[in-house]
Design a protein around this ligand. Sequence first.
Ligand code: 3HC
Length: 690
Amino acid sequence: MSDAVHIERAGPIALVAIQNPPVNAASHAVREGLWNAVETLDADSDVKVIAVYGSGRTFIAGADIREFGKPPQEPMLGRVCSKMETLGKPIIAVCHGNALGGGLETALGCHARVAIDGLTVGFPEVTLGILPGAGGTQRAPRLTGIKAALDLITTGKRVNAQTALELGLVDRVTTGDPRDVALAAAQEVLYGTLKTRAVRDIDVEPDDAAIDAAAKALAAKQPLLFSPHKCVEAVAASTMPIDDGLARERELFGECMESPQRAGLIHAFFSERAVTKIPEAGATPRKIEKIGVIGGGTMGSGIATAALLAGLSVRLNEQSSEALSRGVATIEKNLEGAVKRGKLAEDKRRAVLDVNFHASTELSDFADVDLVIEAVFEDLDVKKTIFKSLDGIVKDGAILASNTSYLDINALAAGTSRPADVMGLHFFSPAHIMRLLEVVVADKTAPEVVATGFALGKKLGKVAVRAGVCDGFIGNRILSHYRKVADYLVLDGATPQEVDAALEGFGFAMGPFAVSDLAGLDIGWATRKRQAAFRSNQERYVSIGDRICEGGNFGRKTGKGYYVYGGDKPVPNPDVEGFIAAERAEKGITAKTFTADEIVDRYMTAMIAEAARVLDDGIALRPIDIDAVFLFGYGFPRFRGGPLHYADTLGAAELKRRIEAYAREDSYFWQVPSLIAQMAEDGTTFASRN
Ligand code: 3HC
């Protein structure tokens, strides 16, 4: 029939299997195959009932996302679903694994749905900047009611088979092999024990209150996003006659498809998967069951928590018993938080600590661990000493990793007898929550050690990105550069709150000054002090942050930084205004005004420029790796796809023009990276380098 859709006959029953590994995405071949199968079986009067199921690990995970942005090819999935729904003989869906997006819509086009235990259903379209475009916004409300459908469609949340049953999306939940269940369910249709009906024949109960509430909530919570609002409009159309509603859904789907947010969100989806494609992918990871964490501060405790949540056995080391107790207390608190967030069952919480956790002040307790992650404060000499001691303690083949944010992994490796077993594992705070993990590959790191870093990342639920050694690796090196622009903007005339508001308007969850306050101003202060020795005297230096710290104010944790905390919401710290005025006076700067767009343009251009250098230096493998770093570790707005995806929407020529214009004010900071100059000349994009 077709490679992607296979028909099997069993008397009056026809089984239709979707076979498009790995996830049976509803590609053109699948849609065409289904269309033809339905037509063939419709014409065959011996066939009395049809059951559709998925071969392999899943039903249908949705439309084939790789086809988005290309010219659409008929038959569209919506037409396939309507053809099934209006078929003159019963057609049922048997779903296992995932029935997501277009997969769930295919099932809703059938006359009954049988779920196999373990099934996940949902409409993730909104997370890709679109809406269910194959009838989901019209058929789901007919089964679940408008309110529940809005909840599913505007959030993209995924639910299990039992919840799908309670919501009315499926008719029964059972267990078994998909083909066997499909055959048995089809027989039941023949016997009349499994009822069938077309969803289009069900009336929708209007619910204006739910529509209004959803529209208002989204306007307040997600004003910058496009598709969630379109989802509400589409569901609102479900009270119309179904064919009118489907036409309206199609129109709105088209608008979403055209939006740049769709391209950004889909790039973000693929970035999470692209980063796993590394040169070391073929190497066999070492077995990691027991890990040691050195340092019970915020980072060390967070890393230990992440490992415990992933079921690993963890040893925590601190120098003194007081520091060790503080670390243990932080881990206990983190685990309580994990219980509240539904990541850990309450009855498992105690067991995790009793069975899998061991705290000690003796490094010799690390003799049998498979991997050690050092997370002490940022001092190269201290870290070198620790690595040297560990080298003499841990077993052969054990991996030594540093969680340093900036320091030289090659220098740490050189002090050990096992440089091939040393790498950086750079977590982001809070380490048990933030998804990014930079796997820093030093000159001598062995391929299987890199592969182990990625395997560990996967086990911990992280997005692991391969980075090379330099000051700050991918993320912090780029951050150190563009963060200066925020300070320059303030020195030249903007207020910190104007800068924050402009970048929040661009889509960052928080502006850079609010972020600095949250992270602790002392961290940036320490970095600036460390960098002072090798800072060029041509570089503009802004000391407003230093002034705040000198007064003992380190941001949120001390109640005061760029903002003052403690009231209903943070308010600008009045002292900062004085520091700014003094520094402008001292440097003879006359304040200018900057529009929000100008602020965003300068900040983003600096970010892209340094990202281009990181790429050119081979610190990141591809532009998409840099995008992933910013999406998963730096709160970059997902709908913009990442800094280099965004850069392509501007074009290299525009970036070069901007940098040259800014360079008239500061030719040291603003230099056109050679990669951007080359791209401007040959008209290429970052995407072409993915
Ligand atoms: N289209 C194309 N490729 C897809 C895909 C899709 N819908 N879903 C997954 N893939 C690819 C992945 O990119 C990956 O490719 P790779 O091996 O080359 O990197 C491969 O399939 C395996 O995917 P995962 O690594 O994610 O495998 P998991 O087992 O971890 O997860 C999954 C499986 C839960 C199905 C997950 O892939 C997923 O959530 N997929 C997206 C589902 C989705 O968003 N569906 C809606 C699509 S939009 C739509 O349907 C529009 C409709 O309304 C018209």
